[in-house]
Design a protein around this ligand. Sequence first.
Ligand SMILES: C[S@@+](CC[C@H](N)C(=O)[O-])C[C@H]1O[C@@H](n2cnc3c(N)ncnc32)[C@H](O)[C@@H]1O
Ligand code: SF4
Length: 441
Amino acid sequence: MDLITKYNRPGPRYTSYPAYPHWDNKPSDQDWINELHQYRDLRVDLYLHIPYCQSLCTYCGCTRTISKNLDKGMDYTALLLKEWRLYKEEFPHLTIDSLHFGGGTPTFLRPEYLRAILDNLEGSFSESFSGAAEIDPRVTSIQHLNVLKDFGINRLSLGIQDFDPLVQKICNRIQPPEMVRSFLKDVRALEIENINFDLIYGLPGQSLSSIEETIGIVKEMKPTTIALYGYAHVPWRSKAQKSLERYKIAAGEEKRALYERSKELLLDVGYRELGLDHFALEGSELMSAYERGELKRTFMGYTAQKAPVTLGLGASAISSSPRTFVQNEKEVKNYSEKLARDKLPLFNGHILSLRDQACSQVIQSIMCQGKAEYENLFNLLGDIERETLLGELQELFEDGLIEYNAKSLRVLERGKPFLRNISMIFDHRLTKVQNQFSKTV
Ligand SMILES: C[S@@+](CC[C@H](N)C(=O)[O-])C[C@H]1O[C@@H](n2cnc3c(N)ncnc32)[C@H](O)[C@@H]1O
Ligand code: SF4
């Protein structure tokens, strides 16, 4: 527990490297197109961002816009398809290996809009295509599920967060277990078996006993994988979180205890922990990718995806290749204006330097496999920097978090809660704007 006090400080979650606030080398639209032309047969993982939600969950730290007007989905569908056409004109042979509907809330779109999108994309699906969607059970109908099933979307990630009635009330997200049970029955009747639950620990109103109850209900519903995210309190970015400050929000040791108790209960019934804050059943796609050393960490969290390029469509969506990130305009209005002029709706981005690429490789490996080799990175450093880094690794070693030598490290059981801190040692951009991040533990 002393270690938590020592290491708990603001830091990136490393869903990208460099972390978003450190992007400072923006590519032009043409740079991005040229980057994609490097791939003779362009295969992509497609990410489609639907920014709308019908109501606001007060804890939410995601990029979303609240609206009750479902008609907005029609215009937005047309924009997504326009963006897709711009890419398709430039890359007629582009193939989609996988597709991920994210949000916001993808099923804010009426079933017919989802069908229109998938109808347009289907011709580009690869032979091994698989698809996933983030699902809010409160606003997803059997018609939505049928459309997703028709197009081979076989992985659903359900936003659950917590089953305690008081926590749900505080968070403005009423979603009783009976509602989720009945929803799961519909999902399983369609033979969609690959189900993830998103849960959050550290929400206001949670206690050890309430989280035990939540995990008890989750166990009985038996999702294939579970993301148990630490609540990220970032009210300077997500203003609604300010309203939660009148409640007690667990931090430090108390917050970690909520995770450890949940973990204990999940391991008891056959889940295994992987990476940071994730659990999976033996034999699941994610666990198999982890065991093969092929797990990847992206803006969508941990994935088993393999394509080198992620193409993000939609307002605020992020695309990436091993050397480049680009992000679309964040506001639908700006996104729409650029598309109306037949321009790619790009707004921000970053071309990775050689050092960024070497850091990224080390940090991905720590976050996904709990080990890393840093010879490539060390070859780019001077003697002083290398010595400083080894000195910092020595401190982690003395705290019992890692084993290491001059070329590689391995994270020990005691180090697992501190994957973000261990990664931070290799992050040469960190000195600048650290306070923008949530706490590491
Ligand atoms: C982008 S949301 C999409 C899910 C979908 N809109 C829903 O809520 O059902 C993905 C997940 O991010 C997690 N999340 C949102 N805000 C968070 C926060 N402040 N801290 C930690 N996790 C958060 C939640 O677990 C949520 O399910
Ligand atoms: S948690 Fe999901 S449904 Fe709630 S506001 Fe955030 S994105 Fe929307």
